[in-house]
Design a protein around this ligand. Structure first.
Ligand code: G6P
Length: 367
């Protein structure tokens, strides 16, 4: 009913706006003395010790949250971290042993492929952790440990707030693992946690740009194809951006690691094709910019997300979205909100109902 939507026209846009509060609710109980602390979840410290490798298993948006988690954990721990699609993992020969940690991510806690993947992992290791939103769900019950995200009920089929709280949970886990294994100092951990606590404020700033995003999607409505490009963390995020656009606007959208474009996909870039480019990671910034020049030279309509106050060379992009200045590892929380808004307003602009996309279900319990 309209009342449940709090005055918003759709659940999806309501849930997009709930993200700052959802993140605060999820991280606050897991921060003590400005450090990650999972005592409320009854996760023993020994769980974070003696980890030889980590496999993250999930489906859909939860899997893309896992990709961010992989980067965050691997960059600190320097151990192999793999992301597996649950429907693939469950039919493969698992390369895991009792020192392997398996992290299963699911909003509903009932996705059958993810549940079966967990059951398989349980045969090999006791170090299974689920990141789940729905209390008491099957995946939460069957994993050794559970970290509940506090997104609140997510009604829209396309996941938004559940994703950002999953990512925030991975940030705390990465920090905890790194501390346990003495890969970062207490001081560094406190700075990291302090930045994470600020993220809800930065998201509020980004949400204030919603009217501008609605405006720019007028240019997306007639597109048949769109590409999301970036490198590093930006690339992991592009996958979620492309998925959102596909799910609710039915525009064929693909995410590409910007450096890989020249090996095939650039053949698809022609006059007017929207390319949404994220350039927020300093160490690859100039590389992404030169990739953008390549698509621009072929007539793409480029929407650029970056932390630059302004773009001095107007030939790079058609629209520039300025993101609030936060350290590189945290910008993805800002960019994903822009991507969600692009998908939402494109869907609405096409006269579609973003809450009820065709052919999709909120929770998939069929194999
Ligand atoms: C369905 C939903 C997606 C979701 C995926 C995994 O496909 O439409 O939004 O990401 O299932 O769901 P889960 O509940 O396991 O996170």
């Amino acid at each position: 009913t309209a009342a449940q939507k709090d005055g918003y026209p759709h659940f999806m846009i309501k849930e997009i706006h709930e993200q700052p509060a959802a993140i605060t609710r999820t991280i606050t109980p897991r921060i003590k003395d400005m450090l990650p602390d999972f005592s409320e979840d009854a996760i023993a410290d020994s769980f974070f010790e003696n980890v030889s490798d980590i496999t993250i298993v999930a489906c859909g948006t939860a899997m893309y949250a896992g990709m961010v988690g992989k980067t965050m954990i691997q960059n600190r721990l320097h151990i192999p971290v793999t992301v597996a699609i649950a429907s693939e993992f469950r039919y493969e020969e698992p390369v895991i042993n009792e020192k392997s940690m398996v992290i299963v991510v699911s909003q509903s806690g009932e996705t059958i492929d993810t549940l079966e993947a967990l059951r398989l992992a349980n045969k090999y290791t006791k170090k299974t952790l689920s990141i789940v939103n729905v209390k008491g769900s099957s995946i939460a019950r069957e994993s050794s440990y559970v970290l509940y995200t506090h997104a609140g009920p997510e009604i829209a089929v396309a996941s938004t707030k559940a994703y950002t709280v999953q990512v925030a949970s991975f940030y705390l886990l990465a920090c905890k693992l790194a501390m346990t294994q003495q890969k970062i100092s207490v001081e560094e951990a406190r700075t990291f946690v302090g930045t994470l606590q600020e993220i809800p404020n930065y998201i509020e700033e980004v949400l204030a740009q919603a009217p501008d995003i609605e405006q720019l999607t007028k240019r997306m409505i007639n597109a048949n194809n769109a590409f999301f490009i970036g490198r590093g963390l930006d690339y992991t995020l592009c996958m979620e951006g492309a998925l959102k656009l596909k799910e609710i606007s039915y525009i064929h959208a693909e995410a590409y690691a910007a450096g890989e474009l020249k090996h095939g996909t650039i053949a698809l870039v022609s006059e007017g094709v929207p390319v949404i480019a994220a350039a927020t990671q300093k160490h690859v910034y100039s590389k992404v910019i030169s990739n953008i020049r390549e698509v621009k030279a072929r007539g793409a309509y480029v929407i650029l997300l970056s932390k630059d106050k302004e773009i001095t060379d107007p030939s790079i992009c058609d629209v520039h979205i300025n993101l609030p200045d936060v350290s590189d590892e945290f910008t993805i929380f800002e960019s994903v909100v822009i991507f969600q808004l692009i998908a939402y307003y494109t869907s609405v602009g096409k006269g579609l109902n973003p809450d009820q996309p065709r052919n999709l279900a909120k929770s998939v319990t069929v194999e």
